[in-house]
Write a protein that binds this ligand. Structure first.
Ligand code: G6P
Length: 606
């Protein structure tokens, strides 16, 4: 949700800013802009559209040049995407970039208008820039602190004062921001991959801490203005992990990284053939102490939770409630100290999930997060964290993060079922070992993408389609449907196969594609009956099932057969063709696969 960067050092700052911004474009691409100290003056260039549009504009106008500057890539919240609403905002004296939402901006705007300030954009950010200007009396630190006392909401800010050339001030609250340092140079960025090309050393800024980057040196101050020392972190992945590496798109690369991601996530959590989650304090005794489990997340992460619910309830027999974080926050959930709330998030920064976590803690529940980005807010604030080891996920449409979230849910389910005496040691070992075979099976599926490419060619001109399934297949098809609509812009819905006849079947017309997922053998015949219902109404059925399933030739038009593993684990393999179908359909429709319209990868506003 907007990406911000900043650079101070010997390099040509415009190049660094544009390069770093390009690594953050997954956070939003409605507009881009930079501000640079050029001969002691703050100069700004910005443009509606992607970074490539900004570069085109800069090449026409002549690029600004210097050694200190800030940059921004926007996901519009307040005000349409336009040149005027693009960041940086401010004037010749104070210029800022902002990620987040200033909730009380209207009140501040009224206050400033009474003082004679005239606003040109529709953004909330402009109020912060003007408030800084209004309070400024020569001391940037105390001015920033005064402004922080007034503004409400979430923010990561990069600020330049004309009186202090070659210096950047940075502060954050509820929006991520890192400060990185190289040799005689320093950076700010919304995420580590933005600066990996230059350095692996970074600091995590805490709530309302202020960083000052001055001629390549970095100093930190607490929220009272007292200097503080901070621990430096070293990124444990390198540039390659954040590059396309020969693939046409990040999404395709990330789909192919799934086998490795599962191995890296699962292997360290197996001891003597049994799942072991003690690294975060989750012992078998603690696991079995819970009466209820809640899974709270957004988007794809929530879909991983849906699969987790089916698996946990099936083998551990503990009730699991899955909630969308934005609903959970405001529905006054009934929680107590015997409950476990599991927060799932790739970024670890999703605003609604973070607030859900805080709510769960206030209500006394135990909190466990499943997070991909190390040191992110959700990981830091939860009682326990199990990191998924997917490496950086750049494509806005999530694939490998979902896959590793599933694998952690399986480990939790096996451990829980064993701890509660619902499965024997032998059964627990058998399931755990079966989980370890999943990466090989995914590799096999990835070797033959032909069927998925063919399905994509059949979907490319569709306007609507349905995904259907029962049980785990239903939970999985929710993700398949989301993937397709996110990147192909074809409207699709996922429906419980047995529920279709209660209304939605009225949408089925001749030639409408229906993707039926039927990997659960105990429900296979029931799903086939539902498939026949849509077939009888002219649907074109694409079935995803075990390779040896007995599918009547009159039931499905296309069958995608998957290698057989334990039915419980089939979502991990069956999701792969669904990801590929979405990917190839998007490519065929000529869409920007990695940056689908209107979306952002990290949603740090509610
Ligand atoms: C955004 C992304 C989704 C993602 C969701 C939750 O909407 O576009 O792909 O699933 O946020 O993100 P998180 O980082 O919390 O997993």
């Amino acid at each position: 949700m907007c990406g911000i960067v900043g650079y101070v050092g010997a390099r040509e700052c415009t190049e660094v800013l544009l390069d770093s911004l390009s690594k953050l474009e997954y956070r939003g691409y409605d507009s881009a802009g930079i501000a640079v100290f050029e001969n002691g003056e703050i100069r700004t260039q910005k443009s509606k559209g992607k970074i490539s549009d900004l570069i085109e504009k800069m090449d026409k106008e002549g690029r600004i040049s210097g050694h200190c500057g800030i940059g921004h890539t926007r996901w519009a919240t307040h005000g349409e995407p336009s040149d005027i609403n693009s960041h940086p905002h401010g004037n010749a004296n104070i210029t800022i970039v902002h990620n987040g939402i200033i909730e009380n901006y209207k009140k501040i705007k009224e206050f400033l208008e009474k003082k004679g300030y005239v606003f040109e954009s529709q953004t909330d950010t402009e109020t912060v820039a003007k408030l800084l200007d209004c309070f400024y009396e020569g001391n940037p630190l105390s001015t920033i602190q005064r402004v922080l006392d007034e503004i409400e909401g979430s923010y990561a800010l990069g600020i330049m004062f004309k009186d202090y050339p070659n210096r950047i001030y940075a502060v954050r609250k509820d929006s991520p921001l890192i400060v990185a340092s190289g040799e005689n140079e320093a950076f700010i960025a919304s995420d580590v991959p933005a600066v990996l090309k230059y350095t692996k050393n970074f600091y995590l800024l805490e709530q309302d801490e202020i960083a000052v980057l001055d001629n390549g040196r970095v100093e930190f101050y607490d929220d009272h203005g007292a200097p503080i020392r901070k621990e430096m972190h070293i990124a444990d992945f390198d540039m390659e992990a954040a590059e396309k590496g020969g693939y046409a798109h990040f999404m395709l690369k990330e789909i192919h990284e799934q086998p490795t991601a599962v191995r890296t996530t699962v292997t360290p959590r197996i001891s003597d053939g049994m799942p072991c989650l003690e690294e975060c304090g989750m012992t078998y005794d603690r696991l079995k102490s819970y009466n209820n489990i809640f899974v709270v997340a957004c988007g794809t992460a929530m879909h991983a939770g849906l699969v987790g619910k089916y698996v946990i309830e099936k083998i551990a027999r503990i009730p699991v409630t899955v909630d969308v974080a934005s609903e959970f926050r405001y529905r006054n959930p009934i929680l107590c100290s015997e409950d476990l709330v599991i927060l799932v998030s790739q970024s670890g920064e999703t605003a609604d999930t973070l607030e859900a976590l805080r709510l769960a803690k206030r209500n006394g529940a135990d909190t466990l997060s499943i997070v991909n980005v190390k040191g992110s807010s959700i990981a830091r604030e939860s009682d326990m964290v199990l990191y998924t080891h997917a490496g950086p996920e750049i494509s806005v449409a999530s694939t490998k993060a979902y896959m590793v979230q599933l694998s952690v849910f399986y480990l939790i389910a096996f451990a829980l079922a064993y701890a509660d005496g619902k499965i024997s040691t032998e059964e627990c070992k058998r399931l755990t070992s079966e989980l370890q075979t999943v990466p090989e099976v995914i590799d096999k599926i990835l070797e033959k993408p032909g069927d998925c490419q063919y399905v994509a060619s059949q979907l490319v001109n569709s306007e609507n389609l349905l995904y259907i399934g029962r049980g785990l297949d239903y939970a999985l098809s929710m993700e398949g449907s989301l993937k397709l609509k996110e990147i192909s812009y074809i409207h699709s819905e996922s429906y419980a196969a047995g529920e279709l006849k209660h209304g939605t079947i009225s949408l089925v017309t001749s030639g409408m594609p229906v993707i039926a997922v039927a990997t659960q053998r105990d429900l296979f015949d029931k799903t086939i009956s539902n498939v026949k219902e849509v077939k009888a109404r002219g649907a074109k059925v694409i079935m995803v099932t075990h390779e040896n399933s007995d599918v009547d030739s009159d039931a499905a038009d296309i069958v995608i057969g998957l290698p057989t593993i334990d039915d419980l684990l089939m979502p991990m393999t069956a999701v792969v063709p669904l990801q590929l179908i979405a990917y190839y359909t998007s490519v065929l429709r000529g869409n920007d696969v990695d940056k689908p319209r209107n979306l952002a990868k990290s949603v740090t506003v509610e």
